[in-house]
Design a binder for this molecule. Sequence first.
Ligand code: PLP
Length: 384
Amino acid sequence: MMSAPLISKLPRVGTTIFTRMSGLAQAHNALNLSQGFPDFSPPEGLAQALGEHAMRGHNQYAPMAGLPRLREAIAGQLALHRNVAVDADTEITVVPGATESIFCAITAVVTPGDEVIVLDPVYDSYEPAVELAGGRTVHVPLRAGSFDIDWVKVEKAITKRTKLFMLNSPHNPCGSAVSAKDLDILGELAQKHGFLVCSDEVYEHLVYDGRKHCSVLQHPVLRSRSFAHFSFGKTLSVTGWKTGYCVAPPELTRELRKVHQYVAFVAVTPVQHALADFLETQPDYPSSLAGDYQRRRDLFITALSGSRFSWTPAAGSYFQLLDYSDISDEADTELSERWTRELGVASIPVSVFYETPPEQRVLRFCFAKSDEVLLEAAERLCAI
Ligand SMILES: Cc1ncc(COP(=O)(O)O)c(C=O)c1O
């Protein structure tokens, strides 16, 4: 039987580094500081509420844009934590994870031939979405060492075809965070050149050392031309629930929903009810996160103080980069695998998030882990 040849639309895509390293960690019974998820329980009452809503019969499709009560609770969160007014009906869409809403936003606005600026190292889900939409990613590296945005390089990369700019702050994998000044510059460029912004803010509540998260929603120019993506998985330690939301002006939300309704249609109903219960009764909970995660970060890096690694403490996210230049010349891809096997500590090599990896030797470690795991991992790393 004749069949049409299968031509991959994503020929360069394989298994993600997160799946690979987590698999290797499991195979070698290693401490898994590779994939970004907590090894501790979600806040009390949340899992119980999920079970109760399922038992109570909340098991059929929710409205496409999300349960109205959850969207209202999200609008309340944005007013409380960001001091921004958002219309729950026309500007908030509840989605099955930020990955889905980022895909939908890219698909909704990128047309063949469009260019999308991404900053390397770049979170791995953006580029495949751009390619599937027929667009082209233009990679601009973050500054080596500080991982700040080099706005001169960004401006040089802008052309008439630039449709979208991908922002991620706090940043995965670097743990850096943008400042209000960065947003001012981005706003000016977006207005001058007429592009849109897709802002991945899933680690919004995890910013340390007295910093404040800078959201595009708080910036008047960016607010009117951005999709902002958030994840309950990160904020409430339920990454497996795959639920988040996208905030965008009505005209962008309309286009996002056209795609969302044919990709997933809805997010899971009893999960939405459980999240709404939680946000209605504990609206202040996210304010406790920065202190808790900063304590974990500090526990980990203090325990590493006798090691031969060097680092700058993460400004945000739950990832700490460690520079191993004084220990080894090996490539990060090889070293992360070898240390998973031989040391029993799994990490993520950072070079895989670059189009052209620079000369640097850094590994990413997730500190969303229990104290015992962090201390044991640090002890093994100190022994190198
Ligand atoms: C930067 C970034 N964006 C998006 C996501 C995905 O979020 P979700 O699980 O809600 O799809 C992650 C998860 O690790 C992430 O690190």
